[in-house]
Design a protein around this ligand. Structure first.
Ligand SMILES: [Zn+2]
Length: 572
């Protein structure tokens, strides 16, 4: 004991003699900031010093002085608000970029408007080329031109304006598609009602048909595959274009890390090429698509990849899709949909598959992240996780399995997240967009008890990861923050918010977009708070999002985005 003390005293002395000048040197200093650190040991700070991409000091303007030398670049924040770099907790990185290359149907207010946007794209393309678009949502339209089937439009008008170009338009949820006659002709699904022909069915999916049995152009869940397999695959060149656009979009929105909810082998190859050239400026944490069994086997054999490219790429999770979404009534429910009798939604994979993946993932050191929206899907996934976790108690100590969305839960399943150590990865912005019509699907009781129950989950002792599911929703973190703390639509309704007891507080919301999101990826030791030793990733804002009046939150602009101590975005 005595020796130990002596030794440490000696080393301090040595350090002071030889290292003082060397020790306190930073290549970058931010000062005069209003910093929310998301570090309980020091929740607020004025200044931060960075060296070689890591935080070396957090504290006051006075204390930071000693870190400044002739090589230090000093950025005066002039009182602006800074937080740890924001983490997108569930999005689709390449799809976000690709969406910029496709027909954007977000914000269409009627079927006519959708048709006219597609018409413009058709006129600009050569006959035969696929027209791919995404982002439409029939619940956001004021009207649908007849004929209408199951609440969805039918393809006739779309087929009229595009007789020679196959059209494939993804629903905003990504869980359904609207296609024209040409696309159905190519896929061989257009004439199913002809006498003597069997009506094709798809496991875990639905081809919506009219009263004569003809497909209306709407393909839900797995049925989308009938059409999709005929769309030419994305090539590397297109991937790289999409990656570039995705990086720009993240930086503009203050996102320094991105949790990608599903990547395939060819995309990983594109990402690596892109990263090698130094272009992957945002840190990517990606889940492998479980449907690709070859890919999964390959990764089981080599194990997780953690933090390559100076912590720019991590692959240590597997994504499973267990059900659909509420919009398309694909979410798997315990009780029937309120607005469609005897309809319970669908499981999109057998539960034995979820169990098998869970078991193997634990063995090889991967997290499992399963998409589950309805209460039935959530329960079944918890059951499968539990079975695998109980069988492997050693790995179960810290498995951090996740349920993506966890949107609608049965009351009795809420405490199971905490007891099993399962992380709900939720998207507050979905409440803003969907809650106005979700009540039609679930009815008042189910909505009040178990839909978007952020506070109930937090109170049960779990950390909630927050995200936007971009491109399902825009990546805008301020909209997501606003939704988290107000539970209102982006138009500011209703007064007081939906089920207000379930709001995040502002500190909880910020944590769900930083430290708790990092925890959901096993990255809380390097990200998520402004703490000495962590990566120097920050977001700077035009106003104090933690104090500004609620109705002003949406006016907050991202002023600056910093990754690894490099200012990669600055607002004009
Ligand atoms: Zn998603």
């Amino acid at each position: 004991m005595k020796n130990k003390l002596l030794l440490s005293a000696l080393s301090i002395l040595l350090f002071q003699c030889t290292g003082e000048k060397e020790q306190f040197q930073a290549d970058l200093v931010f000062r005069n900031g209003n910093m929310y650190t998301v570090d309980d040991d020091r929740p607020k700070a004025e200044a931060v010093a960075i060296d070689k991409g890591r935080i070396v000091f957090v504290g006051s303007n006075v204390e930071v002085e000693k870190w400044i030398s002739e090589r230090t670049i000093i950025i005066d924040l002039e009182g602006k608000t800074m937080t740890p770099g924001l983490i997108e907790g569930h999005g689709h990185f390449l799809s976000m970029g690709r969406a910029k290359l496709e027909v954007d149907l977000n914000g269409t207010e009627s079927y006519e408007e959708l048709v006219s946007r597609v018409k413009t794209a058709v006129e600009a393309t050569t006959p035969g080329t696929w027209i791919v678009g995404r982002g439409w949502h029939q619940s956001k339209w004021d009207s649908i031109t007849a004929p209408v089937f199951n609440g969805f439009p039918t393809h006739q008008q779309l087929s009229e304006i595009s007789p020679d170009n196959p059209v494939f338009l993804s629903h905003a949820s990504g869980h359904g598609a609207f296609v024209n006659a040409k696309a159905m002709e190519i896929a061989g699904v257009n004439q199913l009602a002809k006498e003597g022909m069997a009506i094709q069915t798809v496991d875990g999916g639905e081809v919506i048909r009219d009263e004569n049995g003809n497909p209306t152009g709407i393909f839900n869940e797995n049925a989308m595959g009938l059409i999709m397999e005929h769309i030419p695959k994305s090539d590397e060149q297109k991937d790289i274009r999409a990656l570039k656009l995705a990086v720009v979009e993240c930086l503009k929105n203050g996102i320094t890390s991105f949790q990608d909810a599903g990547i395939i082998g060819s995309e990983i190859a594109s990402v690596r090429k892109f990263m090698k050239k130094g272009n992957l400026k945002v840190r990517l944490w990606a889940m492998l698509w479980s449907q690709d069994s070859t890919l999964i086997k390959e990764w089981y054999a080599k194990g997780p990849e953690i933090g390559t490219g100076d912590n720019h790429l991590t692959i240590r999770a597997i994504k499973i899709m267990a059900d659909g979404a509420l919009g398309s009534r694909g979410a798997w429910l315990l009780e029937s949909y309120t607005d469609r009798e005897n309809h319970f939604g669908v499981a999109t994979v057998p539960m034995s598959f979820v169990y098998d993946i869970s078991k193997e993932a634990l063995k090889y050191g991967f997290q499992v992240c399963t998409h589950a929206i309805g209460d039935r899907a959530n329960r079944e996934i918890l059951d499968m996780y539990e079975k695998a976790l109980v069988e492997n108690p050693e790995a179960a100590k810290d498995s951090r399995f996740r349920i993506e969305h966890a949107q609608h839960l049965s009351l009795e399943d809420i405490p199971r997240f905490a007891s099993l150590g399962v992380i709900p990865a939720m998207q507050a912005i979905h409440l803003s967009s969907d809650r106005p019509w979700a009540i039609d699907r679930l009815g008042a009781q189910r909505i009040e008890e178990g839909a978007y129950v952020w506070q109930k989950l937090l109170q049960s002792g779990v950390k909630v990861v927050n995200g936007t599911d971009v491109p399902v929703e825009p990546i805008n973190p301020m909209a997501n923050f606003y939704a988290s703390v107000t539970r209102k639509t982006l138009e500011g309704t209703p007064e007081g918010g939906y089920e207000p007891s379930q709001k995040f507080t502002r500190p909880q919301a910020l944590k769900s977009m930083t430290l708790d999101a990092a925890y959901g990826a096993f990255e809380e030791n390097i990200k998520g708070s402004i703490t000495v030793g962590k990566l120097a990733d920050f977001t700077v804002y035009s106003q104090d999002l933690m104090l500004v009046a609620e109705e002003k939150i949406l006016d907050t602009k991202v002023e600056m985005t910093v990754v690894a101590g490099e200012v990669l975005y600055e607002r004009e």
